[in-house]
Design a protein. Structure first.
Length: 140
């Protein structure tokens, strides 16, 4: 298995709470940034998604906080897709400081919505295969 896609982010001071920790909501922003960065690296732009009449939807997100992140910390945010047989897929993400310490683990359940029908498409893998220039980034 290849290494998951990863993007580096530096924690900015204004993203921290009164304790100096990265605010809990910002973890979601970092995860979303990594997912959209992966899509872009795979050649799947928002314009291509909308042009195809589909869009990604988040159905569930779980965050497990492991160690604090502070202003100035650099963190690598990974993104790996896990496919099942249905209309949904999982995205496993890890936020890891550059010293190797895992700061958080995020698991998201997503799908691809048909924007006209307002329903999840039957097989999201097929949409990604159709739109991507690099299926390996999606584990396909």
């Amino acid at each position: 298995m290849s290494e998951p896609y990863s993007v580096r982010v530096t924690v900015r001071g204004y993203e921290t709470d009164v304790l100096g920790h990265l605010n809990q909501a910002v973890y979601l922003n970092y995860a979303e940034h990594a997912r959209w960065s992966l899509l872009q690296a795979a050649g799947v732009s928002q314009a291509r998604l909308v042009g195809r009449g589909v869009g990604p939807v988040a159905l569930e997100t779980t965050i497990r906080y492991r160690h604090e992140l502070l202003a100035g910390d650099e963190v690598d945010v990974t993104c790996a897709f896990a496919w099942g047989d249905g209309r949904t897929f999982r995205i496993q993400q890890t936020l890891r400081r550059t010293d190797g310490t895992v700061a958080a683990e995020i698991t998201a359940v997503g799908g691809i919505m048909d924007l006209k029908e307002r329903k999840l498409v039957a097989d999201p893998r097929e949409i990604f295969k159709e739109l991507t220039t690099d299926p390996a980034l999606f584990g396909l």
